[in-house]
Design a protein around this ligand. Structure first.
Ligand SMILES: Nc1ncnc2c1ncn2[C@@H]1O[C@H](COP(=O)(O)OP(=O)(O)O)[C@@H](O)[C@H]1O
Ligand SMILES: [Mg+2]
Length: 232
């Protein structure tokens, strides 16, 4: 569903990703771990078509990212949760969800998809008429995830979704992601919170200074000395 093959990118003269390869198969929950500034969001930008590649190839849903761009990828069934949520602050929750739905090309009706969202996030139902900017951080995190899910994407790609949440909300958030995965979604979860991410992931990658340093199944990641040293 997602395949980065030896990609490199740069910001001006400064190279950032250097030969990054990673893949996500249908049904997997894969995490991309790494410290601050390691290149996680750069990877997100590269795979979502927001940043041109200097080399290598990026494919999502079998399509070349460079030829498609973010909008077409969304319409093909990819739900993006960008870093910092990026809600439309002055729009209501309903309007934010509607924009996610309209971008998706989903065939099920908006109202039917809303029922699924309410089932997953009961608190969103009471907040539909509220401006996004007036919501708490935890609520905004849920709305950003709901906006990505409402179009029923096959693949969900999230960039540090739990950043800034309290420990209790982080636990709730990861439980929700685990449930979404258990119900059939394929997920790439980009996270600094290695312990939480590895608790729900099938496999993972560690990126450091623009390069993949470690990769493996959950148990291998948990046993890896570099990861233990950095995080656990
Ligand atoms: N638009 C930009 N212009 C120049 N440098 C950038 C830009 N965005 C990110 N960087 C730099 O690239 C590196 C990786 O950033 P990023 O991918 O955002 O890291 P993170 O793993 O924390 O998400 C950092 O050193 C950051 O300062
Ligand atoms: Mg980042």
């Amino acid at each position: 569903m997602l395949e980065l093959n030896d990609i490199s990118t740069s910001y001006g003269q400064v190279s950032m990703l250097r030969g990054v390869s990673l893949h996500v198969r249908k049904g997997e929950l894969v995490c991309l771990l790494g410290p601050n500034g390691a290149g996680k969001s750069t990877t997100f930008k590269a795979l979502s078509g927001l940043l041109p590649l200097d080399g290598g190839t990026a494919r999502l849903m079998g399509q070349d990212v460079a030829q498609k761009g973010t909008e077409k990828l969304t319409a093909l069934g990819v739900g993006f949760v960008p870093e910092g949520r990026r809600l439309f602050p002055s729009l209501t929750v309903r309007e934010n969800l509607r924009l996610g739905y309209d971008a998706s090309g989903c065939k099920t009706s908006f109202d039917q998809r809303l029922e699924m969202i309410y089932d997953l996030f009961p608190r969103v139902k009471e907040r539909m008429g509220q401006q996004a900017r007036t919501m708490s951080g935890g609520e905004q995190a849920m709305v950003a995830l709901a906006r990505a899910l409402i179009g029923d994407p096959e693949l969900l790609v999230m960039d540090e979704p739990s950043l800034g949440l309290s420990p209790k909300l982080i636990d709730e958030y990861f439980d929700t992601v685990a449930r979404i995965h258990a119900e059939g979604k394929t997920v790439l979860l980009i996270e600094q919170n290695a312990e939480k991410a590895l608790s729900i992931a099938d496999r993972g990658y560690l990126i450091v200074r623009g390069q993949i340093m470690v990769e493996g199944a959950r148990a291998e990641m948990l046993a890896d000395d570099t990861i233990k040293h950095m995080y656990l």
